[in-house]
Structures are given as structure tokens and as C-alpha cells.
Ligand binder design. Structure first.
Ligand code: BTN
Length: 329
């Protein structure tokens, strides 16, 4: 369901309060509290059920709500403690791509922090022209509109900020520490669990807006991954051995983006670089980075612009600004 209306929101809240007290709520009590007829209560309860809320009705007792709660903007927002990110949270049952829609809304004037979630994407985009597998009911596909007053050349460091926020989020739910693969793949035990796609509209001097797109594999099972990525991808549920509440993961993600975006805006980049390097495990290793031709050498870390530093056999160091690490030896 996109977003419950006002009466439905009140019904959910009343049922949640009753649930905490382990009580049922009669149709009569609800109709009095909400000043609507009992048949209106019944209709709203029906549409809430259709929207995925498990509401049981017991004769002579009333209604009760049980877990799991559905994944929608209302559930994500209800315990969200951010002040800017996801303050305006838009939920879509299906989109081509949350990034494409975010870029469109940003162009039309959507404010910074406006956040989109899609239950499924028909054309989910990955980096370097790849697809992002986006089935419904299991994962998080979200894009956040940002309007930093920075030059386009600084966008790479914003990507590092996003990688930190996603890695911190994964760390809150995964029993094993995540790592980042330059520039912004998030891996656990060498398998990809989340990806980030930053797309922007900019002038020569300044960025107009950014769509910060994040995909997190939350409840995918091993057998749900398509053949081409089943050996290289994982999810929080696979790692933890249990289903994870997507709304909780989304809230953690938005809090982490808010925190690290503030660090990005308010301080020099040293703490972003240092924190990112904490998750980077390729430093000192021989690597290969895609490109024409590909670059091979010893990884020396990243510089203050987020460029990858690779020491060639002749001892010179090359800065690589785009592409991906294809091999780590
Ligand atoms: C990658 O690792 O290749 C980047 C994947 C980014 C996927 C997310 S899902 C939400 C947003 N919308 C998209 O179409 N892509 C990003």
C-alpha cells in the first residue's frame, strides 16, 4: 500500500497501542475514538488487511494486530529520527528505477532529503550500465535527492560518504563486518550485499542535484539470486539465518546517510577518507581495474578526491577515477 489515509493511520496506531498492552480493541471503541461508524471501521480494517497488515477479528473481543508489519512509507517513517533525509518519503509499488524517478522529481523542484522507495523496479540500474536485480517483497531499493553546493568533480567523494553510510548500516545487522570494494560496492565475506549508484545533474561549476541510489539485499535467499550473480551476491537474511525487518534497515540507512552527509558537508574530507579506508581491504594488494586498457598494480589506497591509487611495476603511481576493481590477487 502506498500510504494509509488519516483514519487508517489512527487505526494502526490504536491497534499498536493495544498490542503493547496485549489487548484487543473492539469495533465500538474504535468507532467512538475515531468518530466514524462501525461499518467505516470495518471498511478501513479491510483495506489495511489488503495492504498487508495482519489484523485478526475475534467475536466478543475485537481486533488485534500481529507481526510482521508490512513494508511501506508509514511503517518506515513512524519511528524515523532523521530531520532531513526521508522526511518526505515517497513509496511506490513499482518503478522503472528509483534513481530515474528521483532525477525527474529533483528537476521538478523536490527538496533535498526527499526519498523514494520502490517495492520493485522493472529497470533497476547498476553501475557501468549493468542491471540491478529488483524483485518485490525482499529488498530495499531507494534513492535520496541531495543538493550539495559542490563542484561536480567532488561527486566521487560523496560516493565514498554513501559507501560509509551503507557499510555502517550493514554492520548494524550483519554478524560479519562488511568491506567496501572501490568505489562503492559493499561486500560481506567477498560477496556483494549492497550497491550504490550516484547520478547527477550539474553545471560546469556546481551540482544541481544528485540521486543517491542504494540497493540492499535484505531478505533474498541464496536460491533467489539469478544464476549470473548467485555465487557473488549475498543478503542480510542469508548471513543472519533469519528474516530481517526491512523497515528497520531502511531507518538505519536514512539515519546513517543523514549523519555522514552532515560530516561530508561540515568538515574536510579527512574523516570521510579515514572511515572509508577502515572498510577497504584491498590496500597493499595487487589489483586490476577495468578500463581501456585495464590498470594493474599494487593498490596504494585513495587520494583526497576519492581516486584509486595504483603503483605500476615501474614505480609510478596512477590515479584512477572511474571503473571497478575486477580482480584482487
Ligand atoms: C551497483 O552496485 O552497480 C549499483 C546498484 C544500485 C542499485 C540501486 S537500487 C535503487 C536505485 N535505483 C536504481 O535503478 N539503482 C539504484
Amino acid at each position: 500500500m502506498p500510504t494509509p489515509n488519516k483514519t487508517e493511520t489512527s487505526i494502526i496506531n490504536l491497534l499498536k497501542t493495544a498490542k503493547v498492552k496485549d489487548k484487543y480493541l473492539s469495533g465500538e471503541e474504535m468507532s467512538e475514538t475515531l468518530a466514524v461508524t462501525r461499518s467505516a471501521v470495518w471498511k478501513h480494517v479491510s483495506s489495511l488487511r489488503e495492504a498487508g497488515y495482519n489484523i485478526t477479528a475475534r467475536p466478543n473481543k475485537g481486533y488485534s494486530l500481529s507481526e510482521p508489519l508490512p513494508f511501506n512509507a508509514f511503517e518506515v517513517s513512524s519511528k524515523l529520527k532523521t530531520s532531513k533525509i526521508a522526511n518526505n518519503l515517497l513509496y511506490f509499488k513499482e518503478l522503472d528505477s528509483t534513481n530515474t524517478k528521483a532525477l525527474q522529481l529533483a528537476k521538478e523542484g523536490a527538496t533535498e532529503g526527499t526519498t523514494l522507495i520502490a517495492e520493485t523496479q522493472s529497470g533497476g540500474k547498476g553501475r557501468l550500465g549493468k542491471d540491478w536485480h529488483s524483485p518485490p517483497g525482499v529488498n530495499i531499493y531507494t534513492s535520496i535527492i541531495l543538493r550539495p553546493k559542490i563542484a561536480p568533480q567532488k561527486a566521487q567523494s560523496l560516493t565514498l560518504m554513501a559507501a560509509i553510510a551503507v557499510a555502517k548500516t550493514i554492520e548494524e545487522f550483519s554478524p560479519i563486518k562488511p568491506s567496501v570494494k572501490w568505489p562503492n560496492d559493499i561486500l560481506v565475506e567477498g560477496k556483494k550485499i549492497a550497491g550504490i549508484l550516484t547520478e547527477m545533474s550539474s553545471e560546469t561549476e556546481q551540482i544541481n542535484h544528485i540521486a543517491l541510489g542504494i540497493g540492499i539485499n535484505v531478505n533474498m535467499k541464496d536460491q533467489d539470486f539469478p544464476n549470473d550473480i548467485c555465487k557473488t551476491a549475498t543478503s542480510l537474511a542469508v548471513l543472519k539465518g533469519e528474516k530481517i525487518d526491512r523497515a528497520e534497515v531502511a531507518r538505519a540507512l536514512y539515519s546513517n546517510v543523514e549523519k555522514w552527509y552532515k560530516v561530508f558537508l561540515d568538515t574536510d574530507l579527512s574523516s570521510i577518507i579515514d572511515t572509508w579506508l577502515n572498510y577497504f581491504t584491498s590496500k597493499g594488494k595487487k589489483i586490476c581495474v577495468s578500463g581501456t586498457p585495464p590498470t594493474e598494480g599494487i593498490c596504494m589506497g585513495i587520494d583526497s578526491d576519492g581516486a584509486l591509487l595504483i603503483k605500476n611495476d615501474d614505480g609510478t603511481t596512477k590515479r584512477v577515477l572511474s571503473g571497478e576493481i575486477t580482480s584482487i590477487y
